[in-house]
Design a protein around this ligand. Structure first.
Ligand code: BF8
Ligand code: SF4
Length: 677
């Protein structure tokens, strides 16, 4: 029997119903851990502006069938709501049972996430191809990291000797694009060349190794149509195949972004809404794709003089969501907010433009902007927001278009209403830019030839207890950032080495967990000793953080590269590596697809928001138990941060114990460590 967790029991909706509970003002403060967001929620209330925080409350109670994943709208006879406990409602009109409907809904969410990430990756690959073919001028994009290009080319089996950069870029881009549309039976290149041999075999045996990204999305939508697959286990395998396509698109997206925009190195910056400085023309770039936002940064620098003529000190570009993470990692651009605070950035009254590209952009930003002077500018043909400006952003004219948008922001600056300024003082120092290359350089101070061994040795010797990846979104079902911070602090205090991406990284950054030297405040004794050793082993430009910022959501593949390197170092497959993941506030379909491939890779994965699968004991059991038997990874579904910390630590401890036992046995009997999990 699966535990029944309703997230709303943790959220505001339930609290507000308690007798005597004060209405909105105090309640809003309870909706977030972020002091800047708290102030601006008060501002919203004072001005009568509705935010996502209010709309969440207005949506209560949410439909139980939807929460359990047993509402089927796959065909026009629906919606069919399945209720095994009510006579006549045990099946949908076509006869589909709870487990079929739940598995179908889950698989379709994975398809949605995969489509988003892989569309992003395809776009980057096409830009690289057009740069290589000379169709896009140098003033717009160029190969910024030819060394990484060569490393990728070598990894995927291309000849690099004597090949010019442009030619190599063209071949790598074409190889990436081939992963989208192959019609033969070879597995996607970006999957096979980045994982352990053990995972390759496992995925082949389970028939979940994708041959083409687009194909696997089409397949799963077909497989889950009315009158198609009714077997929940087969549907889940189809979903996992799609999720591995998600991994493929994400990995090539990270790789090729590094080639085009540079591989991140440690950089000092700041995070939270206090980075919006009223003395400047402020532009927020929001979304995910660095092809747009990186050009806005260039254009802002070029047009600083025009901003000064307009009376400002210059142009201040800040980031929201993952495009913010991309810019923070590479250029040290300030990070204003993670996803839940996007409307609040406008309410500072000092945001002159919000330039959005793709994904995680709430349509409500336009409605909030109506109360202010902020110009909301959409740029992608797939993302149009009624009432917003729409600028058709094309790569061939990227810099010119970016300048056009910056000029629009400068004009908008002149329309500010001083009476509406509500500038925040809250911001924290951040040291970001921890690509795997940067992490390995840090670890390599102790062992340059085997950087991953520095981590695995520290784990086996008991100095640290393992590694955790924090990823995923904000979800208004729970208090903004609370679960991220509680679990992060719990693991840090228990000597876990923590890396983070996406909005989880945003939560850590805003709360000071990425400030230089912050490990001394948040780390347990072992973690402090470990990071102090690293810090002292070489010249450190910036003090080390408690949580290492790995980048945007597509950069979760940097974490995958880390656990793969650790597996190779330990001479085991990934399910034996003391590595866990947590998405404390998962929200987007992309989080569902990422969580699914992380589990298939062999990683215990905590999710703090109950996924919509509780309507089927079978599907719930597959995710939390059977997955462990098949893949070594499994879901820990737990909205309670305290028990989540315990369960993540248990998962690490179990793996370390097993490694030590197996190592002893291997030494004694000369056996291989790799036998079984
Ligand atoms: O891709 S963590 S809310 S911003 S989906 Fe979106 Fe979730 Fe944030 Fe980045 Ni990822
Ligand atoms: Fe109902 Fe079946 Fe149609 Fe789903 S596919 S809506 S369960 S009839």
């Amino acid at each position: 029997m699966s535990p029944r967790h309703r997230n709303t029991s943790l959220g505001f909706a339930a609290t507000a119903k308690q007798p005597g509970a004060k209405p909105r003002r105090d309640a809003d403060a309870r909706r977030t851990q972020d002091p800047a967001a708290c102030e601006l929620l008060e501002e919203a209330q004072a001005r009568g502006i509705t935010t996502a925080f209010d709309r969440f409350i207005a949506q209560q109670p949410q439909c139980g069938f939807g929460l359990d994943g047993v509402c089927c709208r796959v065909c026009l006879q629906g919606p069919c709501r399945i209720n095994p406990r009510k006579a006549g409602m045990e099946k949908g009109i076509c006869g589909a049972q709870d487990y079929t409907v739940v598995a179908r809904n889950l698989a379709r969410a994975i398809a949605g996430g995969t489509a988003c990430h892989s569309d992003h990756g395809r776009h980057i690959a096409k830009v690289l191809l057009h740069v290589a073919e000379g169709e896009i001028g140098e003033e717009n994009y160029r190969v910024s990291d030819p060394e990484k290009l060569r490393r990728i080319a070598t990894r995927i089996g291309l000849e690099t000797e004597g090949v010019a950069v442009a030619d190599l870029a063209r071949r790598v881009a074409l190889a990436a694009l081939a992963d989208y549309g192959r019609h033969t039976d070879e597995t996607c290149t970006w999957l096979t060349t980045t994982i352990t041999p053990g995972r390759q075999t496992k995925f082949k045996h389970c028939a979940i190794a994708p041959t083409a990204i687009d194909r696997s999305i089409t397949d799963i939508i077909t497989q889950t149509a009315m009158g198609m697959d009714a077997d929940p286990v087969n549907i889940i395998f189809g979903g996992l195949k799609t999720a591995l396509s998600d991994y493929t698109g994400m990995h090539l997206s990270t790789d090729l972004s590094d080639v085009l925009f540079g591989t991140p190195t440690p950089v000092l910056s700041q995070a939270n809404l206090g980075v919006i400085d009223p003395a400047y023309v402020n532009i927020a770039t929001h979304g995910h794709n660095p092809t747009l936002s990186s050009l806005v940064v260039d254009a802002a620098q070029e047009l600083a003089g025009e901003a000064r003529q307009a009376g400002a000190k210059g142009v201040n570009v800040v980031g929201i969501c993952c495009t913010g993470n991309e810019l923070l990692m590479r250029d040290g651009v300030y990070l204003a907010s993670n996803v839940a605070g996007q409307e609040l950035a406008i309410m500072t009254g000092a945001l002159d433009a919000m330039i959005v590209d793709i994904q995680c952009i709430m349509p409500s930003v336009r409605a909030v902007a109506e109360c202010y002077h902020t110009a909301v500018i959409a740029t992608n043909p797939l993302v149009k927001i009624p009432g917003a400006h729409h600028v058709d952003f094309r790569e061939e004219t990227a810099l010119a278009t970016a300048k056009e948008m910056v000029r629009l922001a400068i004009r908008s600056y002149g329309k500010r209403d001083p009476a509406k300024l509500r500038v925040s003082e809250h911001k924290q120092d951040v040291v970001a830019g921890w690509s795997l290359e940067a992490l390995f350089e840090l670890l390599g101070r102790i062992d340059a030839d085997h950087p991953a061994r520095v981590l695995t040795d520290a784990i086996l010797e008991g100095e640290i207890r393992g590694v955790a990846l924090f990823a995923g979104c904000n979800n208004l079902k729970v208090n903004h950032d609370q679960s991220h911070l509680a679990i992060l602090k719990g693991l840090l205090a228990n000597d876990v080495f923590v890396v983070a991406t996406g909005c989880s990284a945003g939560a850590a950054a805003k709360a000071g967990l990425m400030a230089p030297g912050s490990y001394e405040e948040y780390g347990g004794e072992g973690l402090k000793k470990f990071l102090a050793r690293l810090s002292q082993a070489g010249a450190t430009r910036h003090g080390l953080p408690a949580v290492f910022h790995l980048g945007s959501c597509v950069d979760n593949t940097r974490a995958a590269d880390l656990w793969t390197a650790m597996a190779r170092e330990l001479d085991v497959d990934v399910p034996k590596v003391p590595f866990v993941a947590s998405a404390p506030e998962a929200m987007h379909e992309k989080a569902v697809s990422i969580g699914s491939w992380v589990v298939a890779m062999g990683i215990p994965t905590h999710v703090g928001i109950m996924p919509q699968i509780e309507g089927s004991e079978l599907v719930y059991g597959v995710g939390t138990q059977i997955a462990h038997d098949v893949y070594g990874g499994y879901f820990i579904l737990d909205p309670n941060p305290t028990t989540a910390v315990e369960r993540l630590l248990d998962a690490l401890e179990y793996r370390v114990w097993k490694l030590r036992v197996h190592r002893k046995a291997a030494d004694r009997f000369g056996a291989a460590l790799t036998a079984g999990y």
